[in-house]
Design a binder for this molecule. Structure first.
Ligand code: NDP
Length: 300
């Protein structure tokens, strides 16, 4: 059986970041403005701290004006809303990202809805969700993980995905649903599978493109994959790895990689696939938001 091509998300993300750095430098030269990103973290969740540090550092490396707001876990909802209000009015800030999850006493949707849609670089505001669903991608800000997954698909399959059968497993607002909208806009025939889907293996067997965003380690088995299909594994699952020592873990995706690699035409690894693309697309969204707020035309 032939081996799938491994889609190198790290390398593709690096090339996207390089391109953004030079476009950001060109913007600064032409207008004196650096794209501004504010990242807001409430509390001390260790995974969130790592994500926020990475986002802040990547923004700085891309030549952005990067601001990090770290708030105590017991910050009141009113204080957080007040901060968002200020960032909304701050002309040096073009993108606002509130790291999720928020502590339980804060209403997440209230916070996300207060962010001005044009500064909503996570693409979670109902206005951006609506624009994407209405097929107006060019005016929306699109959630970063699905946007990055689409870039990986296009770098692998070429620009035309038209007519392909795509199965998206997972229907969350941050990954599954926007991914399905993007693929529909690419004229794929899209099936969205979820926990109530009947006979998932056979649904997946019909797919030329499989996007797995489930959060269940290796739920998608190799023999579910149509020979030659392209597999994008969004899942990040930490499982025990006693072979690495007591109490050690390792990351696996939602796809049984070692099996699927013998069936797929191309597949993303975990880690090193979709993960790096998510941050790269956050930078792309911030640059796009800055250009739009400056009244500049979109770049190709
Ligand atoms: P959610 O938990 O919000 O959604 C999971 C989806 O999977 C739900 O729609 C659920 O269905 C579906 N599902 C659960 N069990 C099954 C099953 N047995 N068969 C079929 N479908 C099932 O997760 P997210 O969308 O937020 O994240 C998905 C994964 O992607 C996670 O591992 C997460 O860590 C990862 N992730 C990775 C990112 C990256 O940068 N690489 C970014 C964001 C997420 P139902 O709706 O019926 O409950």
């Amino acid at each position: 059986m032939s081996q799938a091509r491994i889609i190198d998300g790290k390398a593709i993300a690096a090339s996207v970041r390089d391109e953004i750095s030079s476009r950001s430098a060109a913007l600064f030269e032409a207008s004196g403005v650096r794209p501004g990103l504010a990242v807001v973290l409430v509390g001390e969740d260790p995974a969130s701290q790592v994500y926020v540090r990475n986002k802040d550092a990547t923004a700085a490396a891309c030549g952005f004006h990067s601001v990090k707001h770290t708030l105590d876990a017991d910050t009141s909802e009113a204080d957080l809303l007040d901060l968002i209000g200020h960032l909304n009015e701050d002309a040096a800030i073009h993108g606002i990202l509130v790291q999720l999850p928020l502590p339980g006493h804060i209403d997440e949707s209230k916070v996300l809805r207060l962010i001005k849609p044009e500064k909503d670089v996570d693409g979670f505001h109902p206005v951006n969700v609506g624009l994407l669903t209405a097929g107006e991608r060019d005016t929306a800000l699109v959630p970063c993980t699905p946007a990055g997954s689409l870039v990986l698909l296009k770098r692998t399959l070429g620009d035309t995905l038209s007519g392909m059968n795509a199965v998206v497993i997972g229907r969350s607002n941050i990954v599954g649903k926007p991914m399905a909208s993007l693929l529909l806009q690419e004229s794929c025939t899209v099936t969205i599978a979820h926990s109530r889907t009947k006979d998932l293996p056979n649904v997946v067997r019909a797919a030329d493109i499989v996007v797995a965003a489930v959060g269940r380690p290796e739920i998608v088995r190799g023999d579910w994959i149509k020979p030659g299909a392209t597999v994008i594994d969004v899942g990040i699952n930490r499982i025990p790895a006693p072979e690495r020592g007591e109490g050690k873990n390792r990351l696996v995706g939602d796809v049984a990689f070692d099996e699927a690699v013998g069936h797929a035409g191309a597949i993303t690894p975990v880690p090193g696939g979709v993960g790096p693309m998510t941050i790269a697309m956050l930078m792309a969204n911030t640059l796009t938001a800055a250009r739009r707020q400056l009244g500049l035309a979109e770049e190709a």
